[in-house]
Design a protein around this ligand. Structure first.
Ligand code: BTN
Length: 280
């Protein structure tokens, strides 16, 4: 059962006008659907994308009742404190390369955190953003493929902004944090969201014109996973080895102690644990 969470208040409620004013994007967030309470912004965005919503359409919620994470996990989404949003993307591309978009998005989230707060954000493959080794943000990329091409993507982002430790379930306190916990002060969610949408649009454009290895380089520079010894938990087995690189599709290349290299695809991964790190 999902625990009922105490609520927190924040000084600036999200409004469409507040988000739009001062937003310096061309397309991202220009069509904006804001909900007080919704099941999941990803589910709503997938529906809107099916109905032909334009690229860059954002669904944003103050709280989610069934926020979704990877592998069917629940994403804690209490009201007034964090950012829960999804963006519709319509890249012209090969479905095999879809995973690269979430790497590009992870770079955008990390840069937003660094630029707005000066906190050091790092990336844990496949789609976690960490601050001081604790998870602060997660991405959920869902895709619709038709006739072997990408029809649309929905990129969901959960970013812990003002949630406090006490509001988190005890089981997550060792491995999860928020900007407020790290900075010791509350942050304005609106300004943060605007900078996030700007960075996402920038990375998205960059990725459309640059070759994939440029995205990989940007990701690698922020990666906490590359070069580490990790244990990867898959549905029916576990592998431990050194992470020696990423494939052009964004999968992990793991070298096992017997020197055999394994390719690990993000869709198959339940957990990635670095030696001594807390479980996510
Ligand atoms: C993960 O770390 O497992 C991914 C978490 C993604 C959570 C976000 S919150 C906004 C969007 N709507 C959802 O239901 N999930 C994503």
């Amino acid at each position: 059962m999902i625990p009922r969470l105490p609520t927190q208040t924040s000084h600036h409620p999200l409004t469409v006008e507040a988000v739009r004013s001062g937003l310096k994007t061309e397309r991202f967030g220009r069509t904006l659907h804001l909900y007080d309470r919704i099941e999941s912004t990803n589910t709503t965005a997938l529906g809107l994308a099916e109905q032909g919503a334009p690229e860059g359409t954002v669904t944003l919620a103050d709280s989610q009742t069934q926020g979704r994470g990877r592998m069917g996990r629940h994403w804690i989404s209490p009201p007034n404190v964090n950012l829960y949003l999804s963006i519709i993307l319509r890249p012209d591309g090969d479905p095999k390369r879809v995973g690269l978009w979430s790497l590009a998005a992870a770079v955008a989230v990390a840069r937003t955190i660094e630029q707005t707060t000066a906190l050091p954000a790092r990336l844990k493959w496949p789609n976690d953003i960490l601050v001081h080794a604790k998870k602060i943000s997660g991405l959920l990329l869902e895709s619709a493929i038709q006739s072997g091409r990408v029809k649309h993507l929905v990129l969901g982002i959960g970013l812990n902004v003002n949630i406090t430790r006490e509001v988190l379930p005890e089981s997550l306190r060792a491995s999860v944090t928020s900007l407020r916990e790290e900075l010791g002060r509350e942050l304005d969610r609106i300004g943060l969201l605007q900078r996030l949408l700007e960075q996402l649009e920038l990375q998205y454009r960059f990725f459309q014109i640059e070759p994939p290895h440029k995205v990989m380089e940007a990701y690698a520079a922020l990666s906490e996973t590359l070069g580490q010894t990790v244990t990867v938990q898959l549905p029916d087995q576990e592998w431990t080895g050194n992470v020696i690189g990423l494939t052009p599709e964004g999968a992990l290349i793991l070298e096992k102690p017997d020197r055999q290299s394994m390719i690990v695809h993000s869709d198959d991964v339940i957990h990635v644990r670095t030696a001594n790190a807390a479980r996510d």
